[in-house]
Structure formats: structure tokens, C-alpha cells
Design a protein around this ligand. Structure first.
Ligand code: ATR
Length: 283
């Protein structure tokens, strides 16, 4: 690989707040790789043109964030199974023959983060809050972690039904669509509750659900990492429930991407977490 070819970045709009350059930059330094990974602010209408220029500039690939994950899925010449199930791609790898490969590393990233936190579902029910794009990756992760049933609760129940009909052929686990208001009826035996809604982000109030209904042994996870301690996690901690924040998923989803871009499989370490926590605290 020539020095010049070791280029990658994160494409999105907006992208200035992305932690990915910091994350990949940490690994580039740790492994002594002469490469760079930059933020690529690109609007929706410019996505395919931008990809073509990046390919011709010798980029190895790009991580893909909002609002381009579905467009990235459509543009890839081949995609992995997780991307097919999710209908979305969060990493594009540019191959030397011009082919573009799409991966969805959000699902395995979330599974790895939960596993690292010691979560094992062993056939028990899990609750998934939300039915948007992020919920799709979470369904795959919960299935991989051995959930006995995934109860999908969404404000708009119809969207939960659509998600279930789209995803049930991709996973072995039973998916049950519900409304958010069903929470109190179904929380009592859940091993895990995971928030994939955007409620609680950027000063909006967190979901109005009573965490007291969960068993004392339940784990509460939020895939949001900014703020790192969301209102939901704060309430869970106050009840002495085990919590998993969104930083683990962010770090783990980047591992296969770094390997594809720069040729080394990087490690998720506490030093990396500390650096990202500091970046979040500094704003
Ligand atoms: P993403 O791709 O990040 O998942 P999305 O597709 O816009 O984003 O989905 C956002 C999710 O957050 C949805 O499940 C949405 O619920 P609705 O489908 O009912 O709109 C959920 N959400 C957003 N704000 C919410 C709020 N204040 N209360 C409950 N759910 C909320």
C-alpha cells in the first residue's frame, strides 16, 4: 500500500461533531501508521459525486453517517448480511478494481459492546425502544446475543409492526411489535432494555418510562453517546441497575472499518475510551 493510499474519512451532514476522526486518529498513532482519517461534510444531494472524487483521490473507503446510510446501501456493489438485513451501510470500502463494498458494523459493534459489558441474554426477553434505522441494527445484535424474544416498543406502534415484518425473516428470535405505552405490562421479566430512539438527545427529555418496572438484575443500554450519561442511564444508575452507554458501540463498530482502511485490526482499550470521554467533555 502506498503512503498516499492510506486515506479514509467519515462522510455525513453535519459531521463536525463526529468522534470518528479522533477514534481512528488514536489508532493511527498507536499503531504507527502513516495515514489520515478526516471529517468529510457532504450534503445529501452531493453524496454520489463526492464518493467518486474520493475514490479517484485514492481513499481506501469511508465511514458513513446521517443522512447517507441508505444511499450508501444503494450505491454499494456488494454488501454484507447485516447491511442487507438493516437496509443500511455504515462503512464503504473502495477496492482497487473500482468495486465498492458496503458493511453494516453497527450491529456487530453493539453486540460486542454488550458482550464486553458482560451482558448475556440466554433466552431471556429484551426490550428495544424505537423502530427507526438504529433499531434495525439493535434487532440483529439482540438476536446474536441470544435474546429469547425482542419486544419492540415504539411511540408509533405501526412503525414497530413494519420493522417486525421487514426483519423477522432475517433473525431466529421472535420479534413482538408494541406501543411505548405497553411498557408497564411487559417490563417485569426483561433482562435488558435498550434505547434507540432520539429522545434524550440534545437537551430533549428522555423517554417517559418507569424503569422501576424492570427486574433488579436488568441492564439498561443507550446507544446515544452524546451526552454520555443520558437521562435514561442516569435514572437507571440511581436505581442501581447496570448500564451500558453508547461509546462501546461507537468504538467497536469502527474496528472492522479501521482494519479495512489501514490493514491492522485495532484494539478497543480503556485509553481509547478515556480519550473519547475527554473529547466529549471538551465539547
Ligand atoms: P434513527 O435512524 O436514528 O433510528 P429515526 O428513523 O428518525 O432515527 O427514528 C427515531 C426513533 O426515535 C423513532 O423510533 C421515533 O419514534 P416514532 O417512530 O414514533 O416517531 C423515536 N422518537 C423520537 N423522539 C421521540 C420521543 N420524544 N418519544 C418517543 N420516541 C421518540
Amino acid at each position: 500500500m502506498s503512503e498516499q493510499s492510506r486515506l479514509a474519512g467519515v462522510i455525513g451532514w453535519p459531521v463536525s461533531q463526529s468522534l470518528s476522526p479522533r477514534l481512528h486518529g488514536h489508532w493511527l498513532e498507536e499503531y504507527g501508521i502513516a495515514g489520515s482519517y478526516v471529517a468529510l461534510p457532504v450534503q445529501r444531494s452531493e453524496f454520489s459525486t463526492a464518493l467518486r472524487s474520493l475514490q479517484s483521490e485514492g481513499y481506501r473507503g469511508v465511514s458513513v453517517t446521517v443522512p447517507h446510510k441508505e444511499a450508501a446501501f444503494a450505491i454499494a456493489h456488494r454488501v454484507d448480511a447485516a447491511a442487507k438485513a438493516a437496509g443500511a451501510v455504515n462503512q464503504l470500502i473502495f477496492h482497487e478494481d473500482g468495486a465498492i463494498e458496503g458493511l453494516n458494523t453497527d450491529a456487530p459493534g453493539l453486540a460486542a459492546s454488550l458482550r464486553e459489558a458482560g451482558v448475556s441474554l440466554g433466552g431471556k426477553p429484551a426490550i428495544l425502544l424505537g423502530a427507526g434505522g438504529a433499531a434495525r441494527a439493535a434487532v440483529l445484535a439482540l438476536s446474536e446475543l441470544g435474546a429469547g424474544e425482542v419486544r419492540i416498543l415504539n411511540r408509533d406502534r405501526h412503525r414497530a409492526e413494519v420493522l417486525v415484518s421487514n426483519l423477522s425473516s432475517w433473525v431466529d428470535v421472535d420479534l413482538v411489535p408494541m406501543a411505548l405505552t405497553d411498557w408497564h405490562k411487559i417490563a417485569g421479566d426483561a433482562a435488558l432494555a435498550i434505547n434507540t430512539t432520539s429522545a434524550g438527545m440534545k437537551d430533549t427529555p428522555s423517554l417517559d418510562i418507569k424503569l422501576e418496572s424492570l427486574p433488579k438484575t436488568a441492564v439498561v443500554c443507550d446507544i446515544v453517546y452524546n451526552p454520555l450519561e443520558t437521562g435514561l442511564l442516569k435514572r437507571a444508575r440511581a436505581l442501581d441497575l447496570k448500564t451500558v452507554d453508547g461509546l462501546g458501540m461507537l468504538m467497536h463498530q469502527a474496528v472492522p472499518a479501521f482494519k479495512a482502511f489501514f490493514g491492522v485490526e485495532p484494539k478497543v482499550t480503556s485509553a481509547l475510551r478515556r480519550e473519547l470521554e475527554k473529547a466529549l467533555a471538551d465539547g
